[in-house]
Design a binder for this molecule. Structure first.
Ligand SMILES: Nc1ncnc2c1ncn2[C@@H]1O[C@H](COP(=O)(O)OP(=O)(O)OP(=O)(O)O)[C@@H](O)[C@H]1O
Length: 250
């Protein structure tokens, strides 16, 4: 795997399910060490696209190419952790190791060291022994990210991880993921309905509207011209106090 070879590439991908066209002609590339935002409003097709990449959703057209040997980590949307579930944060993270062939046969001291190191990397060491159900949303999100990272994936997919976080926790999770991307060369693909929390770190964007996508470097895609073309309707892109607003025009 080299820095200039995409770890993931989609070309002409379409999905029809339940008699409905959900995605059409999606093309995108994701590279090692890059942070890509998958942006779209409710129902735009973000989860479906992530499921396509995971091989859980059948495509009707196009190709999905994952670099040979690349492992994929996944943090699904809405993981419900029962407050009474008697599992500690460190045990949940260790499950990410056991669910993978990497985890089999590791001596317990090595396993523990791996779990500690990954909890440290996501700034979750201080609640390693707490029950996951009792942690705050932001803390749980860190544990779930550690769980996805422990098998050493080259591609990390996260489905709306900021949805239930306050602004501050959201910023912390985004900064953490950007660090992981750069330090470990992981390609991060994160879905969100609002791109603003991602702007400081987002190298590339896949902007979904009505099942179609515009994708590429953020500055090339988030323009009135490209988004008007995508929406097939005039939209304006406003930059206000460091935020980007996409507004329907006349
Ligand atoms: N198997 C299916 N059969 C029929 N329709 C489906 C199927 N899977 C998804 N859809 C529809 O496709 C559309 C896109 O769904 P998807 O969950 O991918 O959107 P999303 O962008 O993740 O939305 P949200 O932000 O609300 O989670 C929705 O209208 C959904 O109802």
């Amino acid at each position: 795997m080299t820095a200039d070879r995409p770890v993931l590439a989609l070309d002409g991908v379409g999905v029809t399910a339940g008699g409905r066209v959900i995605l059409r002609d999606i093309a995108l590339e994701v590279r090692p060490g890059e942070f890509t935002g998958l942006i779209g409003s409710n129902g735009a097709g973000k989860t479906t696209l992530l499921r396509v990449i995971l091989g859980l959703q059948q495509t009707t057209t196009g190709t999905v190419t994952v670099d040979a040997g690349a492992r994929i980590g996944y943090v699904p949307q809405k993981v419900l952790l029962d407050p009474d579930m008697p599992i500690r944060a460190r045990d949940l993270v260790a499950l990410g190791l056991d669910g993978h062939r990497l985890g089999i046969g590791l001596p317990s001291r090595t396993r523990r060291a791996r779990v500690d190191a990954i909890l440290e990397a996501v700034d979750a060491a201080r609640f390693a022994d707490a029950r996951v159900g009792e942690l705050s949303g932001g803390e749980q999100q860190r544990v779930l990210i550690a769980h996805a990272l422990i098998s050493g994936p080259q591609l990390l997919l996260l489905d709306e991880p900021l949805a239930n976080l306050d602004l501050r926790s959201g910023q912390e999770v985004v900064a953490l993921l950007a660090r992981v991307a750069k330090a470990q060369g992981v390609a991060v693909l994160l879905s969100a309905h609002d791109m603003n929390p991602l702007l400081p770190v987002m190298d590339r964007v896949v902007y979904l509207a009505d099942g179609r996508a515009a994708s590429g470097p953020t500055a090339d895609v988030i323009t009135a011209e490209v988004l008007s073309d995508l929406y097939r309707h005039r939209v304006d892109v406003l930059h206000v106090h460091g935020r980007v607003l996409v507004l329907a025009g006349e």
